[in-house]
Design a protein around this ligand. Structure first.
Ligand SMILES: [Zn+2]
Ligand SMILES: [Zn+2]
Length: 321
């Protein structure tokens, strides 16, 4: 069976570099699209043009598989599925935010507000962040007809068989899709930078532990060394193992640096620690930095290495005590 994968890099002028959609074609199967790019007229035009360039009409697409609920990945799911008739699939833990994106805007904004207070972000910066989030309106649309996916499930379209691998961490419902020796990873596994963990889903907790377990899940796949990885951002590459080792090292190092900062004494918020780690944070990097430090603190707290001594302030538990 010859399977052709076309990468479509879709610009995102709002908060990150281009996001990938992948068009998968096989002579005996209908076409499948993994992710869609952000929901703007420009990206819709680009996706249409790229599909046409690869000889694919919108009506040829049978399915749109979403790796997770973020607008740079699911933004066009509604528009593309309406035009093509394609069925949309997303893991059940991200389903609500995809199915009811429009309706949930206020509620999710409120969850972010509460999270930012937990992370110790000062009120004036919280206000700026609320403004940042308000720009997300319209960058995706609700897809109430989306189907819910479960871990281990296989989706078949003609000769194409995708196995669903639930990989929570970046979001609770993040999923990878395995097609033969091709692994579509969304933001779970990226080639050049580590995906944010902690700030990118505020509907649940304990993201760092989940994320690291999900990386182990990828490592445990049969023939992992020969897998070709198709990430949500950046270029595809073969063999995920060295990259995963680097990500483990990165998080170990970060944990050690956070403990070192706390060992200098005092009780600090996630935001204060993030400032010491990253210097002055601007725009949404405030959110990403503080949220990620908080995810580490949660992990350290459950490991008995730090404790919360007053709301939102953490202190190291001295080994001498
Ligand atoms: Zn994402
Ligand atoms: Zn992304």
């Amino acid at each position: 069976m010859s399977v052709v994968v076309h990468q479509i890099a879709i610009p995102n002028p709002y908060f990150e570099g281009p996001a990938n959609a992948f068009l998968i074609q096989n002579e005996h199967s209908p076409a499948v699209l993994i992710d869609t790019g952000i929901g703007t007229e420009e990206s819709l035009g680009l996706v249409r043009a790229e599909l046409a360039r690869h000889g694919c009409a919108l009506k040829d697409i049978a399915a749109i598989l979403l790796t997770h609920k973020h607008v740079d990945h699911c933004g066009l799911a509604r528009a593309l599925s309406e035009e093509s008739g394609a069925a949309v699939y997303v893991h059940r833990d991200d389903w609500t935010d995809v199915a009811f994106f429009d309706e949930r805007h206020e509620e999710v904004s409120q969850l972010y507000l509460e999270a930012m207070r937990r992370w110790g972000i000062p009120d004036e910066i919280i206000l700026q962040m609320a403004h940042f989030r308000s720009r997300f309106v319209g960058l995706a649309r609700s897809v109430p007809a989306a189907h819910r996916l479960d871990d281990g499930q296989t989706l078949r379209f003609g000769e194409l068989a995708f196995r669903v691998l639930h990989t929570p961490g970046h979001t609770q419902g993040s999923a990878c899709f395995l097609l033969g020796e091709k692994l579509f990873t969304g933001d779970h596994l990226l080639p050049t930078y580590t995906s944010n963990v902690g700030a990118t889903d505020v509907t649940s907790a304990g993201h760092l532990g989940k994320f690291l377990s999900s990386l182990h899940k990828v490592l445990a796949l049969p023939n992992v060394e020969s897998l070709e990885v198709f990430p949500g951002h950046g270029r595809p590459w073969r063999d995920p193992r060295p990259r995963i080792t680097k990500i483990f090292e990165h998080h170990d190092e970060r944990t050690e640096r956070i403990l070192k900062i706390l060992s200098d004494g005092g009780a600090l918020t996630a935001f204060q620690i993030a400032q010491k780690l990253f210097g002055r944070l601007k725009d949404h990097h405030v959110l990403l930095g503080a949220g990620e430090v908080y995810a580490h603190l949660e992990g350290l707290e459950s490991a008995g290495r730090v404790r919360q001594i007053e709301p939102h302030r953490f202190q190291i538990i001295s080994e001498l005590l």
